[in-house]
Ligand binder design. Structure first.
Ligand SMILES: Nc1nc2c(c(=O)[nH]1)N[C@H]1C(S)=C(S)[C@@H](COP(=O)(O)O)O[C@H]1N2
Ligand SMILES: [Mo]
Length: 312
């Protein structure tokens, strides 16, 4: 993505709900075990997260290693190099308390407290493909909740045609917000309301069964597996229901390179590189990129009647 000197910026079947475990019971059990051990109950949230169900949304493709997922990152608030977020985000990003403000065109604006969300939800694991617009990809076992389930609580109105998302703005915690002045911080993203309500759109709270590492967008980030990775905005503090298509960071910087939709599409090349193939991190040979990142059977209907080469 970059934009240094030249503008070189740059899920098949959901498991049925029947096999939910009762997360509250699990947590209650963990909490009492911790209390018995003389530890505070909050310590339960630092350990592994209970997984209520698991969905394999990348066929038999092998998940990328935890090491690669957590050390090859794009998180420009911590620098433009892939290894910088792992080096500096964990020491700088303060994860608690953390709230997400939900506002705009809805009947019940309010806030989401991350710990309450984790406690109240039956967390789902989703193993799915992640395709960066830079033509590399991974398979990531996220843990979290469907975005629609969270948004519905705020009762979006008929005027809510889009959903806008915002990352934390705090240069003390995110140093590049002070140094890289070409970027219109805070990082922002958006979805059309029907995309946001699609069952594949996901809010991730964890990774490989543990709470999200800072460098992957802790404590809460978006996962939209049929779109390029930059739509997956990290460390979200604001969600707003809006009537008009909201501005987004990459689209504002280079609209001809980064469309609002940014659906993975091997036939629509980026002006300076092909999107036909991708390098799967940890593999040697490049593999062909799949339309909608392989999730077309589920999401293609969202775009019927649209010219995907023009509205890219
Ligand atoms: N706030 C914020 N969110 C962001 C980014 C960023 O720089 N800042 N980079 C995006 C890009 S380009 C990608 S590919 C993914 C990378 O997520 P990962 O590091 O967890 O693989 O995060 C996206 N979300
Ligand atoms: Mo990306």
């Amino acid at each position: 993505m970059l934009l240094r000197q030249s503008p070189d910026i740059r899920p098949s079947e959901i498991t049925p709900q029947s096999d939910y475990l009762n997360r509250r019971q699990i947590l209650a059990g963990m909490a009492s075990a911790l209390l018995a051990a003389g530890l505070p109950a909050e310590a339960a949230l630092a350990g592994p997260l209970a997984v209520a169900r698991s969905s394999q949304l990348a066929g038999d493709e092998k998940p990328t290693s935890l090491k690669d997922i957590t050390h090859y990152n794009n998180f420009y608030e911590y620098g433009l190099d892939k290894d910088q977020p792992a080096q500096s985000a964990p020491g700088l990003l303060k994860l608690r308390p953390w709230t997400v403000k939900v506002s705009g065109e809805c009947a019940r604006p309010g806030i989401i407290d991350i710990d309450e969300l984790i406690k109240a939800s039956a967390l789902e694991e989703r193993v799915c493909r992640h395709r960066c617009v830079e033509a590399w990809s991974m398979v990531i076992p996220w843990l979290g909740v469907p975005l629609a389930q969270v948004l519905a609580r705020f009762e979006p109105s008929s005027k809510a045609k889009f959903v806008a998302f915002e990352t934390l703005l705090d240069p003390r915690q995110m140093p590049e917000q002070r140094s890289s002045l070409i970027y219109p911080w805070p990082y922002s993203e958006g979805l059309r309301i029907d995309e946001a309500m699609h069952p594949l759109a996901f809010l991730a709270l964890g990774l490989y069964g543990e709470p999200l590492p800072a460098q992957n967008g802790a404590p809460i980030r978006l996962v939209v597996p049929w779109k390029y990775g930059f739509k997956g905005i990290k460390s979200i503090v604001g969600i707003r229901f809006v009537e008009k298509q909201p501005p987004t960071l990459w689209n504002a910087l280079a609209p001809n390179e980064y469309g609002f939709y940014s659906n993975v599409n091997p036939t629509v090349d980026h002006p300076r590189w092909s999107q036909a193939k991708e390098r799967r991190i940890g593999e040697f040979l490049r593999r062909p990129t799949l339309m909608f990142n392989g999730y077309g059977d589920q999401v293609a209907g969202l775009y019927s009647g649209m010219d995907l080469a023009r509205d890219f």
